[in-house]
Design a protein around this ligand. Structure first.
Ligand SMILES: Nc1ccn([C@@H]2O[C@H](COP(=O)(O)OP(=O)(O)OP(=O)(O)O)[C@@H](O)[C@H]2O)c(=O)n1
Ligand SMILES: C[C@](O)(CO)[C@H](O)COP(=O)(O)O
Length: 233
């Protein structure tokens, strides 16, 4: 069986609040998306890295991607939601990817993914009958907000954090199972939710906070620090 990566990159980055979709914002001298693509392409077990762009994406061709080598292939079939982009990407690669092949779905916005993270996911979930995701156990105390009072957010309850994990990506499932799951449950926040809707229980593979999702402006500075610290090792 083979391993492939699918990178949904058709979002608008609205929470970043910049004119340019966040996957193209400059980060450590490259477009943000370059870093995750380079990491995935560097994993020996991964045969191809498919990038799902918005059909009208006019930014991709403005950049030089030659540093990524030959594994990366562009699919212009992104949809209105992340789940739609993933589903349409899975359909588009059916000629290259067999139903039993593993697909690692990774957010373009998780720019600081490390090769070691991906290798841990493949090692721990690659022999699993369902598949698995990278995740991090919740370390902070969690508060449930109640209805705003005097315009202020106020605590309604403390949520026990035992057993709670923050889902990351890649999320790794077999192509056929994942496409069937997403067609059965199309409105989901991540691939694992669709697999769970089938009554299955994906593996949780521990990662760490450096594999965070760049969502808000401050996150760009955090990602710069992480990438700079790695380049100095
Ligand atoms: N219709 C969409 C929406 C999101 N994504 C991708 O899914 C990943 C995670 O989504 P998110 O961080 O929410 O990105 P955006 O949707 O771009 O951000 P925002 O929600 O702030 O608009 C991103 O790499 C994004 O490009 C996608 O491929 N297609
Ligand atoms: C898939 C994901 O990164 C797991 O935490 C998350 O659900 C993506 O959420 P977003 O709102 O599409 O960024």
């Amino acid at each position: 069986m083979s391993y492939f990566a699918l990178v949904p990159a058709a979002g608008s980055g609205s929470r970043m609040g910049r004119g340019l979709p966040k996957q193209y914002l400059p980060l450590a001298g490259r477009p943000l998306i370059f870093h995750a693509l380079a990491t995935l392409a560097a994993v020996a077990a991964i045969e191809k890295v498919f990038v799902v762009l918005a059909p009208d994406d006019a930014e991709w061709q403005r950049h030089d991607w030659s540093g990524l080598g030959e594994k990366v292939a562009v699919l212009r079939c992104g949809g209105d939601t992340r789940a739609a982009s993933v589903t349409q990407g899975l359909r588009a690669v059916m000629g290259d990817v067999a139903a039993e092949d593993w697909v690692l779905v990774h957010d373009a916005a998780r720019a600081c993914l490390a090769v070691a993270h991906v290798e841990a996911l493949i090692r721990e979930a690659g022999a699993d009958p369902v598949g698995g995701i990278l995740a991090v156990p919740v370390a902070d105390t969690l508060k449930q907000a109640g209805e705003a009072v005097d315009g202020m957010n106020r605590i309604a309850a403390t949520v026990p954090r035992e057993g709670l994990w923050q889902a990351q990506t890649p999320q790794m499932f077999r192509h056929g199972m994942l496409l069937d799951a997403l067609e059965f449950a199309p409105v989901v926040t991540d691939e694992a939710s669709a697999i769970e809707a089938l009554g299955l229980k994906p593996r949780l593979v521990p990662a760490d906070a450096t594999n965070f999702k760049v969502t808000y402006p401050l996150d760009l500075h955090l990602a710069e620090l992480i990438l700079a610290s790695r380049s100095q090792r």
